[in-house]
Design a protein around this ligand. Structure first.
Ligand code: ZN
Length: 250
């Protein structure tokens, strides 16, 4: 699926970083493999939140640099295949997303689904697994995301949210410290969604299955759509992480 001159399906930043924090960013890019064309969407749709998490990669890269933490980023759009969905669920290769039909994802033969999994999904996750296996056991895993302020039928007032499944240990520390750091900050607690085995891949696989405290850090995209905003949020998250680091259960 990927031509030799196209970017790889993942990028590893700072693999030997000294931090106990391990970062990954599932929705880092809106790039599509050339072989998929534009999936029948307009250019403005491809770069909207249905294609990627606006601002998330910038925040993740800055966190990696500030905390000296390893980071793995996905290389392609979630419109091709979503790296935070178990392969095979309907939202893995969405036929409709955020109310927008995706013509290029309709009625895909099994061979086309497999091709996307093999070219895009599995290489990214093999990179995360391999890095987790070869490093000392991380203290915590942070999956960095952004969410849209506008969603049909839902008001989303939280500038930031902690999102988790069965394990609230890390989320609880972040939640309390975000509010201690800025008492006026409205912090979402499993908003605007929660982690489920059907709707998520990274936290169940790398956090819950390995017993490592883990969560999604979800920042509302209007706060990090500019470089300046992303840097400000990365500085805040860095401060908060440093304050809670010693309290993370080992
Ligand atoms: Zn995301």
């Amino acid at each position: 699926m990927l031509a030799p001159d196209e970017p790889p399906p993942f990028e590893v930043v700072n693999p030997d970083g000294s931090s106990g924090l391990f970062l990954f960013c599932d929705h880092a890019s809106h790039r599509l493999p050339r072989a998929l064309g534009d999936l029948g969407l307009r250019p403005d749709q491809l770069v909207d939140h249905i294609g990627w998490d606006i601002g998330a990669a910038a925040v993740a890269r800055q966190l990696s640099a500030a905390l000296d933490a390893p980071l793995v980023l996905s290389g392609y759009s979630r419109l091709a295949i979503d790296c935070n969905r178990p392969p095979g669920v309907p939202s893995s290769i969405p036929v409709v997303t955020g109310g927008v039909p995706v013509p290029g994802n309709q009625n895909l033969p099994e061979s086309a689904i497999q091709a996307r999994q093999e070219a895009l999904f599995w290489p990214y996750h093999r990179a995360i697994s391999a890095l987790l296996d070869r490093r000392p056991r991380p203290l915590a895993l942070l999956s960095v995301h952004s969410f849209t302020p506008h969603f049909p039928g839902q008001v989303r007032p939280w500038p930031v949210a902690v999102v988790y499944g069965q394990d609230r240990r890390l989320a609880s520390l972040f939640f309390d410290e975000f509010r201690r750091d800025d008492p006026s900050l409205l912090v979402g607690d499993n908003e605007p969604y929660r982690v489920t085995p059907e709707g998520d891949y990274g936290i169940p696989t790398y956090g819950e299955a390995r017993g490592i405290p883990a969560m999604l850090l979800e920042i509302r995209q209007d706060g990090i759509a500019t470089e300046q905003g992303a840097m400000a949020w990365a500085a805040r998250v860095t401060r908060v992480y440093r304050a809670i680091e010693q309290a993370i259960p080992r």
